[in-house]
Design a protein around this ligand. Sequence first.
Ligand SMILES: *Cc1c(COP(=O)(O)O)cnc(C)c1O
Length: 458
Amino acid sequence: MTATTENLRDAALFGNRFATEEVPSREFPAAGMTATDAMRLVAEDIALEGDPARNLATFVTTWMEPEAQRIIAGNLHRNFIDHAEYPRTAEIERRCIRMLADLFHAPGETTGARTQGSSEAIMLGALSLKWNWRKRRQAAGESTANPNLVFGGDVHVVWEKFCRYFDVEPRIVPLQPGKYTIGPDDVSPHVDENTIGVAAVLGTTFTGHKDDVVGINNLLLRIKSERGIDVPLHVDGASGGFVWPFLYPHSEWDFRLEQVHSINVSGHKFGLVYPGIGWLIFRDRSDLASDLVFEENYLGKTDATFTLNFSTGSSMVLAQYYNFVRYGRAGYSYIMKNMQENARMLAEKLQDTGRFTLIGADEEQLPLVAFQLTDRSNFNEFDVSWQLSAERGWMVPAYTLPPNAQDVTIMRALVKETMSREHVDTLARDIVDACTTLEKKGGAHESERRKMVTGSGH
Ligand SMILES: *Cc1c(COP(=O)(O)O)cnc(C)c1O
């Protein structure tokens, strides 16, 4: 329906033009509209989005305290990078870096960076590995032609992205059926004098477990003493960096291990901040290649930046600091333990149905449940995922693992801060009901299955 003068007048008085009009979607709008119309247009579009409370696929924070939200809303107009104008925000960034270095047991004076998330932190950390390797090779008068980076098939896609964007050979250790993390024996054959570093994961996106960081550290120490090759270890703690210090404080994976030179962590995952924040922490100032730091003065004061982006909001840095001082070790431990307890409860309930097998539930793990069907003769995990979403709106993804475990399908449910015991009980019942439906109809239809969202979350 096109707008007549009459219905424009009625819309202004009683409601909203876009109750019946098509929304602008192709051409850059010639005329504007009232603020109320624009607000309702956007809000009504967004009303069809999924419900974050039922999205058990994502690792990213979907809830913060009202007081934190006030800090966020109150600082949306500040550009984080403008340190000359906002020196207090810059100071708060440095406080967060020092606090994280302390949490990760840095031995002395350190440095780091606020980033947009772990992806940017990993790009910057890996660039630093590449630059430091090149410096070592040049100093020794050796070739700098063929850098490589060693990591397992259990890493996030960003590691391969780094290798492609920045011209480094990826040496990917394949997984095996039944073995979904890597250790020293897997890494050993791939390390040589052109290895810029080894990346180990703390809390994989696939099953929530950690690579054998202690074993890989010991291997790299042995290589250093026996072959004189000093290969740094970077820990991708995107999820695990805010979980292990609180659930498994005595488990060593951080700067307590000598070859660990850098760590990334996502503030917007278990750091409990809304999307848009990550951190890169170096063991020592010398681990940050100085050539990667740029000095500029056009915002009014000479400033050093180490970042892929430039302008960005201040709010999430302030929200991260809010969480650190609000919760402290005691508060983060309390929240992590609640999530773990509820994850264990969900795991127990799924196991008790007799339908599911848990994956590595007795090992150190992120607060999640990774599980598979015990009997796949009538329907598979993709069917369960689809049916559960169709019946009850839960997003519990099913996905296949990376090579050479690509024949293994699993499901994974994140148990986050907002998932109460009541939600756990309801979800467990809904999963049982979905299986009952599937049994009756003999699996989901092929067309239904194709529509289903797959993938490992993010
Ligand atoms: C989520 C994740 C990333 C990417 O982090 P973002 O903060 O989303 O950029 C990298 N590695 C691991 C292990 C992750 O879980």
